[in-house]
Design a protein around this ligand. Structure first.
Ligand code: IPM
Ligand code: MG
Length: 353
């Protein structure tokens, strides 16, 4: 029986990298004897242009019917008027909420050959292998918002249940890795963070006593991520802190174009997306880095389809293509030539065993 994967290419470079992910999934299907069937649906600015709704009902239905959802990117200058009442990002946030994908896994893995692409010194990057678990369906992103001519507010709310479930996800993942968990909050200032810390301390002490636990304030965490990134194993944090810290962490890997993500929760379908945005400045030029999208497809194979061998093969193919010297523009060393999105994708497929 065919496995249904819903593709949401979205905006900017989203369609380019979604095409790459699909080609790699097809190569996996071909080599390992699976049948994947795709359904494409609209989201973000593309959906606003077509039907004046960043998340049409057809899209929700296509996602709910699928085993997994792959998303390219949303947003762009065309729809970014701060006073606009309909915005592409609303489509993505609503999709996360509708699917209930509260746990966003953002692994940061360093390819040794790309150490030179990072602004950090190579010796600091040595041994970096961390996973940020970002709470994705709560906090300030989803609280009540108000706006008048001269005042605005965004409410940040968390419940004990929301904190418990994300901490458990992170703790279980830490158990399967190096057994270290760092919780990031702002408990010296925010009431939500004080609840976060109380709940985290209790859950970890009662249920995961074997883990090595660390707690950091978010400002300090931002600094420690650059000064001692190799010390981190799993980091768990709330929605907005996770958004910010993962863009920062992408610089360890050399480019935002390298980092994948998986968003998991109660629904059958997980949501998989590269963490980079729509990069409108390079959209349509065929030069976007497909690695984050392809690594997201690997996470899709692992977490939604249970195909661990295939997922590992895709990850190994990315590593081999990079080790072999293939570089898109964002990760190329000065004076070297870079390949296009399609060439990088083809090289990764060639390396797929
Ligand atoms: C991300 C993005 C989104 C977020 C935007 C596009 C709404 O930055 O996935 O990190 O803030 O969550
Ligand atoms: Mg972000």
């Amino acid at each position: 029986m065919a496995t249904l994967i819903t593709l949401l290419p979205g905006d900017g470079i989203g369609p380019d990298v979604t095409a790459s992910a699909r080609q790699v999934l097809d190569a996996v299907a071909d080599r390992y004897g699976h049948t994947f069937e795709y359904r494409e649906a609209l989201i973000g600015g593309a959906a606003i242009d077509a039907v004046a709704n960043p998340l049409p009902n057809d899209t929700i239905e296509a996602c709910e019917a699928a085993e997994a959802v792959f998303l390219g990117a949303v947003g762009g200058p065309k729809w970014s008027d701060p006073n606009a009442s309909i915005r592409p990002e609303q489509g993505l946030l609503k999709l996360r909420a509708v699917l209930g994908v509260y746990a966003n896994l953002r692994p940061v893995k360093i390819y040794p050959e790309l150490a030179g692409a990072s602004p950090l010194r190579p010796e600091i990057l040595d041994g970096v292998d961390l996973l940020v678990v970002r709470e994705l369906t709560g906090g300030i992103y989803f609280g009540k918002k108000t706006r008048t001519d001269d005042a605005a507010s965004d409410l940040c709310e968390y419940t004990t249940d929301e904190i418990e479930r994300i901490v458990r996800v992170a703790a279980r993942l830490a158990e399967g890795r190096r057994g270290k968990l760092c919780s990031v909050d702002k408990a010296n200032v925010l009431e939500t963070s004080r609840l976060w810390r109380d709940v985290t301390d209790r859950v970890l002490a009662d249920e995961y006593p074997a883990l090595e636990v660390e707690t950091l304030l978010v400002d300090a965490a931002a600094m420690h991520l650059l000064s001692r990134p190799a010390d981190f194993d799993v980091i768990v944090t709330e929605n907005m802190f996770g958004d910010i810290l993962t863009d920062e962490a992408s610089m360890l890997a050399g480019s935002l174009g390298m980092l994948p993500s998986a968003s998991l929760g109660n629904s059958r379908a997980g949501l998989y997306e590269p963490i980079h945005g729509s990069a409108p400045d390079i959209a349509g030029q065929g030069i976007a880095n497909p690695c984050a999208a392809i690594a997201s497809a690997a996470m899709l194979l692992r977490h939604s389809l249970g195909l661990e061998k295939e997922a590992a093969a895709v990850e190994a193919a990315i590593a081999e293509a990079i080790a072999g010297g293939a570089r898109t523009a964002d990760i190329v060393a000065a004076g070297h030539t870079h390949v296009s999105t399609d060439e990088m994708t083809a090289e990764i497929i060639r390396c797929l065993r």
